[in-house]
Design a protein around this ligand. Structure first.
Ligand SMILES: C[S@@+](CC[C@H](N)C(=O)[O-])C[C@H]1O[C@@H](n2cnc3c(N)ncnc32)[C@H](O)[C@@H]1O
Length: 259
């Protein structure tokens, strides 16, 4: 796992102030909605009765889960930041959901309370991922399932406070679980676009640092437009609905049954 230290909790830093509203208004429809629909379909397939969502954010997965599972299941959706859950609660759900502020590292639930625990696009914010997995295991019943997704390791940046995982690292955290499967989701094209854009940006910063170099600024603006236009054109060739999101890993696993 790659991660750099930073003052404060990673999850606290990123999702407060104006972010919750902007996240729901811009990022959810543009990037997360199709992915959430696909994940909720997969998570609901086993018809879990008691579901816990960890780090539910503004509820994009929760809304889909509530629609897919119906009133016979109970859903508790938690997040560290109450402002994210406020956005979620204001939008409403097809079936009742209990919204609750909670740290994934100290879940306020009894042992064995849930059939399914999900943690979507958030596992990379966990300061202590081993402890986060132990908390998920604790609140799951024996034989219950976990679904965890995280940004893949290619996008390494030393200034980034999020963790980045390879498949091997993610699997290792669930080493003593059953039926561990890791699927690669997200788009290669959008990942290429992000990475190429950051390379061009690095070059621009060097070149335009001098007064003479500043005349090249319009050329760099044109390069960003070209990278994005190429990405948009190539996205049509991607294979599934999750391609608006950069490459990421989705792990599913089952807590071992009691012997
Ligand atoms: C990128 S958002 C993802 C939200 C949602 N699952 C989705 O798919 O849109 C990450 C969320 O993780 C939450 N978070 C970060 N660290 C957390 C922690 N230790 N416990 C609970 N939530 C946390 C943040 O507040 C934020 O809402």
């Amino acid at each position: 796992m790659t991660k750099t230290s930073s003052p404060g909790r990673a999850g606290d830093l990123a999702f407060t102030g104006a972010v919750p509203e902007m996240y729901q208004r811009c990022m959810v429809p543009l990037i997360f909605e199709p992915y959430a629909a696909d994940l909720a379909r997969r998570a609901a397939a086993s018809k879990p009765r008691r579901v816990l969502e960890v780090a539910a954010g503004t509820g994009v997965v929760t809304r889909r889960l509530a629609a897919a599972l119906g009133p016979e299941s109970t859903i508790v959706a938690t997040d560290l930041n109450p402002a994210m859950l406020e956005q979620a609660a204001a939008l409403g759900t097809d079936a009742p959901v209990e919204w609750r502020t909670a740290d994934a590292l100290a879940l306020p639930f009894e042992d064995g309370s849930f059939d399914l625990v999900t943690c979507v696009q958030s596992f990379h914010y966990m300061d202590d991922p081993g402890h986060a997995v132990r908390e998920i295991a604790r609140v799951l019943r024996p034989g219950g399932s976990a679904l965890v997704s995280s940004v893949v390791g290619f996008e390494y940046d030393r200034r980034n406070f999020e963790a980045r995982y390879t498949e091997h690292e993610l699997r290792a955290l669930f080493g003593d679980w059953d039926d561990v499967r890791v699927r690669e989701d997200g788009g290669r094209v959008v990942s290429w676009t992000v990475l190429t854009g950051s390379l061009v940006h690095g070059l621009e910063q060097r070149v335009t640092a001098s007064t003479a170099g500043r005349i090249l600024r319009p050329a760099f603006l044109a390069s960003y437009a070209l990278v994005n236009a190429t990405g948009l054109a190539l996205r049509g060739f991607e294979r599934d609905d999750t391609s608006a999101l950069p490459m990421n890993l989705t792990l599913t696993a089952r807590k071992p049954d009691l012997a």
